[in-house]
Write a protein of this length. Structure first.
Length: 367
């Protein structure tokens, strides 16, 4: 009898909400991708490392109404690593983590055209022409305000307040960012993007480094050790971070798409080892079947130019304090099916110049 009553109740609720459910479904998109990677790492003084890795991401993005969107995403990875969604194939076929990667609300009021207020765990709201200081897997947490105006002459302004570390016994570690950019499209298939960003990190100097792995790594940043009353050794940031980043990117067409870019970063809160830059070029665009893109860049990031925990996780094994070349080739095999190879030829530690090489072979399916 109870089962019958429960079944009738469920059927009634489903019937009552059928129209609403159809509307919800029509306004929601489900997207994701799966990447299989073979990787070799060759670092001076260490044995070569060969491994297979996977990355899986799944998200639902819905239009709640004309002024509100929401996004929820899951991804493989580790809660202690903000800059990678990879999972190494190991541990005797054991299951892999699948964690909350996105959870945000995007409010864009109709009375304020071009304005979006975003809150939660989100995709990076700042324009970036390179991944050398912002790893592509980083999903910041907090609130962001975005503004975009125009078409052929496009003005962009972005600002954000992100929580890095919530501390019960002291002040929170925060990141405040502001960015202004201008994008010009003087003719068809040509655009010029130029802008500047400023990122102020609060309450990092003298506090423990952001490293949930327990390895007490500073990701290349200057550090100092402190022993507390219990005898535990803590690794602390030795300097503050207030980094300014001008950037420029030119896109044009020579029978195939061409992109040239450059970006520079300077941490004004540090006296030494406080600069970095990245310059590069990309030919082609791997989008339609049988298309390709070939990219090259040279990057250098001094020890305290940027907070290493957020920098690209592949160059010189991640973080700051390195320099080197990145070459990648992507080929679009079929719709939503892509192959790629990336090669890093780096120097790890700018003082020691340790040779570091990494090659990655990727297959990516998206939907």
């Amino acid at each position: 009898m109870k089962r019958l009553v429960f079944g009738v109740a469920v059927a009634t609720l489903m019937a009552a909400g059928a129209a609403g459910a159809a509307e919800w479904y029509e306004n929601t998109k489900v997207k994701g991708d799966v990447r299989f990677r073979l990787e070799r790492v060759d670092e001076d003084g260490k044995d070569n490392r060969d491994r297979a890795r996977i990355r899986a991401r799944l998200g639902a993005y819905s239009q709640v109404n004309d002024e509100v969107d929401v996004g929820i995403g899951l991804a493989t990875g580790s809660s202690s690593d903000p800059v990678s969604r990879n999972q190494t194939l190991t541990e005797g076929f054991g299951p892999k983590n699948f964690l909350l990667d996105l959870a945000y609300v995007d409010y864009h009021p109709s009375l304020l055209e071009g304005v979006s207020l975003i809150g939660g765990k989100m995709k990076n709201p700042f324009v970036a022409v390179s991944d050398y200081i912002w790893d592509g897997d980083v999903t910041p947490e907090g609130a962001a305000l975005k503004y975009k105006l125009g078409k052929d002459v496009q003005l962009m302004a972005n600002g954000a307040a992100f929580w890095l570390e919530e501390r019960s016994a002291s002040d929170e570690a925060m990141l405040y960012g502001a960015q202004a950019a201008l994008k010009l499209s003087p003719m068809e298939k040509m655009s010029l993007l130029a802008g500047v960003s400023y990122y102020q990190f609060e309450n990092l100097e003298g506090y423990p480094v952001m490293d949930g792995s327990g390895k007490m790594s500073s990701f290349g940043n200057s550090k100092k050790n402190s022993v507390d009353s219990s005898g535990k050794t803590n690794v602390l940031y030795a300097t503050g971070y207030g980094s300014i980043e001008p950037f420029v990117q030119l896109d044009f067409d020579l029978g195939l798409p061409v992109q040239v870019f450059g970006t520079y970063v300077n941490n004004q809160d540090a006296d030494n080892d406080n600069k970095g830059y990245c310059v590069g070029v990309k030919l082609g665009k791997a989008k339609d079947p049988n298309t390709f893109e070939l990219a090259y860049d040279y990057r250098r990031l001094e020890k305290d130019a940027w907070v290493g925990a957020l920098a690209d996780s592949d160059s010189w094994n991640g973080g700051t304090d390195g320099k080197g070349h990145k070459v990648s080739l992507k080929y679009q095999i079929q719709k939503n099916w892509q192959a790629g190879v990336t090669y890093f030829m780096d120097k790890k530690s700018l003082e020691k110049d340790v040779d570091y090489k990494r090659i990655q072979l990727d297959l990516v399916a998206s939907f």
